[in-house]
Design a protein around this ligand. Structure first.
Ligand code: ADP
Ligand code: TRP
Length: 339
């Protein structure tokens, strides 16, 4: 008999899981669309699994030393922003290689057509990446990442919803062929629409690959320069304007409380002598970013100055995550006749 999934239907036990690629410095879109939820969710009842998707990053990062550094940087970012290793498991994807076995098993029930429809693959090609098999099969490994841990809820930004639908399809194909091996997960989006899809400095989705991102820990002159790049126009402050049409307000909306935001919006809409100019609004945005991330910037620097703590947390995370993935792998092997 096939042992049933670790997750027990009917108990309402939630397993939250998400992954983030170490393919560049993490930006405001990653924070508001994903990391912020991950950290807030650790206070909810249930299990919490977060991993650094280094196998995935191999599809785009080819420098070994940089990849090693980026893995530590992502871990330091999560820890500095408040991820608590007592409440959530944090590990490096490649420390639990069983996901690759599961990925192979899933690929045998996945149609080419499903993968050909992936927006992320088409976007990567449009951005000049070479179409490797790894890039094409990326959603299969992502499905394995999720299904390996019997995740029920996957907190991600809007751009990952299609990958979650593909994961549900793959779980369905496999279970249809071999019995109830995998738990079907669902995507969990930031409840605030503006956070689920943060725009970049050019108004497109913020992304590491589009060169329009602002690093979470940017400070001083570099932060000023980044905020300076948010496009504005030559209308004078006195001229009434619709704040929702200004990209600058999308950014302010991420950081300011509702009352303060409404006040700035009203002043811009009214125009006249008390209306703030773009420079004034940008200075407020910089101050708000400093308030939000200032303390975490310092914690990140301390963690990276002596990475022993980061390495310890990741090793402990792999020890906790490994047995769960191995149990799922064994269940899947048995179900399809490989044991
Ligand atoms: P990137 O597009 O910069 O390569 P990733 O694909 O590594 O970012 O995304 C990591 C996580 O951050 C995912 O959950 C993704 O949905 C979320 N995310 C990325 N960009 C944004 C954005 N602009 N707005 C909201 N969430 C985002
Ligand atoms: N594809 C995700 C991204 O680019 C990263 C990722 C890999 C992931 N495996 C995952 C996210 C599993 C959630 C669950 O952002």
């Amino acid at each position: 008999m096939i042992p049933s999934p670790g997750f027990c239907a009917g108990t309402n036990m939630k397993t939250y899981l998400s992954g983030i690629q170490p393919s560049g410095r993490l930006h405001l879109g990653n924070y508001f669309g994903a990391i912020r939820q991950h950290i807030a969710l650790q206070e909810q009842p249930g299990e919490h699994y977060y991993f650094i998707a280094d196998y995935h990053a191999m599809t785009t990062v080819r420098e070994p030393e940089r990849l090693r550094e980026l893995v530590r940087d992502v871990a330091a970012t999560y820890l500095a922003l408040g991820l608590d290793p007592q409440k959530a498991v944090l590990w490096r994807q490649s420390d639990v290689p069983e996901v690759c076995e599961l990925s192979w098993m899933l690929s045998t029930v996945t149609g080419m057509g499903l993968l050909e429809r992936a927006h992320s693959y088409k976007d990567k090609l449009a951005n000049g990446f070479k179409p490797s098999v790894g890039l094409f099969a990326y959603p299969v490994l992502m499905a394995a990442d999720i299904l390996a841990y019997d995740a029920t809820h996957v907190p991600v930004g809007k751009d990952q919803v299609q990958h979650l639908e593909m994961t549900q399809d793959m779980a369905g194909y496999f279970n249809g062929a071999y019995g109830e091996v995998f738990v079907r997960p669902e995507a969990l989006l930031a409840d605030n629409e503006a956070m689920a899809k943060v725009p970049g400095l050019d108004g497109q989705k913020m992304s590491k690959s589009y060169g329009n991102d602002v690093w979470i820990f940017e400070e001083g002159k570099a932060l000023k320069k980044a905020v300076g790049r948010i496009p504005t126009d030559s209308r004078p402050p006195e001229e009434p304007k619709e704040p929702r049409e200004l990209l600058l307000f999308d950014f302010l909306g991420l950081f300011l409380g509702p009352d303060e935001l409404a006040d700035w919006e009203a002043r811009v809409r009214r125009g006249g002598p008390d209306a703030p100019g773009y420079g004034h609004l940008k200075a407020r945005l910089i101050a708000a970013i400093d308030e939000c991330f200032g303390p975490a910037r310092e914690r990140r620097k301390q963690l990276l100055a002596d990475p022993t703590e980061i390495d310890r947390v990741l090793a402990l995370g792999a020890e906790k995550a490994g047995p769960r993935a191995r149990a799922t792998r064994d269940r899947a092997l048995l179900a399809c006749g490989l044991r």
